[in-house]
Design a protein around this ligand. Structure first.
Ligand code: GLU
Length: 516
């Protein structure tokens, strides 16, 4: 039981490329669980498979977590009592435990060459064995320290013959584990093969390094993707053989993330095909591979995190919007769903919309100013705050703060033709001319209320209803048929700029006037 112990969990990615949303979700659940129990969240980099290492991947992982607000308590960058947290720097540690397993008769040296192994597989296939395995039966025909006399084993090792160390999996034993999500999982040891624990280059495989580190780092709960469930019984055997079964962590295997149609695992190909991101940040791999990221696609990290939290976990209520702190309070391993979670980008978009809408104008202005800077467009912070405030109810993605609001920063280059063809009437032209003249006389700041009052005065003088001219006025000022409250736009632009734009439109569209 782990009740009185401090909760310690880890996210243990292999830096083999960009971190997929599924990985971010695993990190998030670990983080929430740790925070909720005032425990520790560790980031351990599992880089023992040197051939699969991708430069930049570790950094990408760290940046992605930081963007999400998931900050490790211990880890490769943070350090901590169990440093180093990068497995490639822990080589010596594993050798000792491999030796311990050998000494206890739970592991053995195997000298088989690639050819020997292929030959064994072929033989078994010929005998109709569907999945040939190096196991309790076949090991007896192979070249290893179980079949060879010990002096020969010593000679081979001393002579530099390459070898691996394999786990001696018992032939007939039931291996059980109580997964927090799946319940009891029972596996017969005959289905597990004698996994390699140490490779011929002397480096440990994932299985050995993972179990040793989880033990040494005092991990209490292993929360990870379902793809690791088949490895869990093997890990249980390792804990047992290393004498650590009493303090073995609890396991919780998270459901898969499924394609939008629910048919199979969500892949990077799906994302490319359907045009949505499945990575937190943009990624450009060393091979030139380019992947889009939620961040660069205009999602707020808070929205992304909220969306991910509900992909595989449910709060047991109708509530959908959760801040990170609220997630920490509400999260529970017991409400992780067993079934796969369908990845629905529309839902992500909905969350983003909600979060943008609820963000303070000041904060959104920061994003807008960033986009403006990239476009070399000048803006005061004050103006950016007002524009962001007017746009936030009407957009889904952050970049739309700029893309849908360009008219706040430059007069329209073109005018919505549909609106012009229907609404550019002689009545409208009359009002626009008179309104522009009124605005030209105005000095100083123009509030939205004043802009409205002045317009109403003009309308009254001509006895024309506002509905008849509103769209023409909007198109003259913004070029578009829709947008936030027009008098607010006028107020942001100011009297002079608005009048100039109206005059410009009157001039450019003078041949379009329809009689009413
Ligand atoms: N290194 C494994 C991975 O890449 C870790 C699996 C685990 O959490 O045990 O996902």
């Amino acid at each position: 039981m782990t009740t009185n112990k401090q909760i310690r969990v880890r996210f243990a990615p292999s830096p083999t490329g960009a971190l997929h949303v599924g990985g971010v979700r695993t990190a998030l659940y670990n983080y929430l669980f740790a925070r909720q129990h005032q425990g520790k969240f560790l980031l351990r980099i599992e880089d023992t498979d040197q051939q699969r290492l991708v430069p930049g991947a570790e950094e990408y992982i760290r940046e992605s977590l930081a963007w999400c607000g998931i900050h490790p308590d211990e880890g490769v960058a943070e350090g901590g009592p169990h440093a180093p947290y990068r497995q490639s720097e822990r080589g010596k540690i594993y050798a000792q435990y491999a030796q311990q397993l050998i000494d206890a008769g739970h592991a053995y040296y195997a000298f088989d060459t690639e050819d020997d192994l292929n030959e064994m597989r072929e033989k078994l296939k010929a005998a109709n064995v569907a999945t040939p395995q190096y196991n309790a039966i076949t090991r007896m025909q192979m070249k290893n320290s179980i079949t060879l006399p010990s002096d020969e084993v010593q000679t081979l090792i001393q002579g530099g013959t390459p070898y691996v160390i394999r786990l001696k999996v018992p032939r007939k034993e039931e291996v059980r584990l109580n997964d927090r999500v799946r319940g009891w999982v029972m596996v017969h040891s005959s289905t597990i093969d004698d996994k390699v624990l140490v490779k011929s280059d002397g480096l440990p495989t994932y299985h050995l390094a993972n179990v040793v580190d989880d033990h040494l780092m005092e991990i209490t709960h292993v929360i990870r993707g379902e793809e690791w469930l088949p490895s869990a019984p093997l890990h249980v055997l390792l804990y047992r053989f290393l004498g650590w079964e009493d303090t073995m962590p609890e396991f919780a295997h998270l459901p898969l993330l499924l394609k939008p149609d629910g048919n199979g695992k969500l892949s990077k190909r799906d994302a490319q095909q359907h045009g949505f991101p499945v990575f937190p940040l943009e990624w450009e791999g060393p091979d030139g591979e380019k992947l889009r990221g939620f961040k660069q696609d205009g999602y707020l990290p808070e929205a992304f995190v909220n969306f991910l939290a509900l992909l595989g976990w449910n709060p047991g209520s109708e509530q959908e919007l959760f801040s990170l702190d609220e997630l920490v309070q509400a999260f529970s391993l017991d409400r992780i769903n067993k079934g796969g979670a369908r990845f629905d980008i529309q839902k992500a978009n909905w969350f983003n919309q909600q979060y943008i809408k609820n963000k303070p104008d000041e904060e959104l202005a920061g994003y807008l100013l960033q986009y403006l800077k990239e476009q070399s467009v000048e803006s005061s912070r004050e103006k950016a705050v007002r524009v962001a405030g007017l746009m936030k109810e009407r957009i889904t993605f952050l970049q739309e703060l700029w893309l849908n609001a360009k008219y706040f920063y430059a007069p329209p280059q073109q005018y919505d033709e549909k609106i012009v063809s229907k609404k550019w009437t002689d009545e409208a032209v009359t009002i626009l001319k008179s309104y522009s003249a009124t605005l030209q006389k105005h000095t100083g700041v123009l509030s939205a209320e004043e802009a409205k009052a002045q317009l109403e005065k003009v309308l009254e003088a001509y006895d024309i209803k506002i509905g008849k001219i509103m769209q023409a006025l909007r198109v003259a000022i913004t070029g578009e048929g829709g947008g936030p409250d027009l008098t607010e736009i006028i107020s942001v632009l100011g009297a002079e700029e608005t009048a100039t734009r109206i005059n410009m439109a009157l001039d450019k569209l003078k041949d379009e006037v329809k009689l009413t």
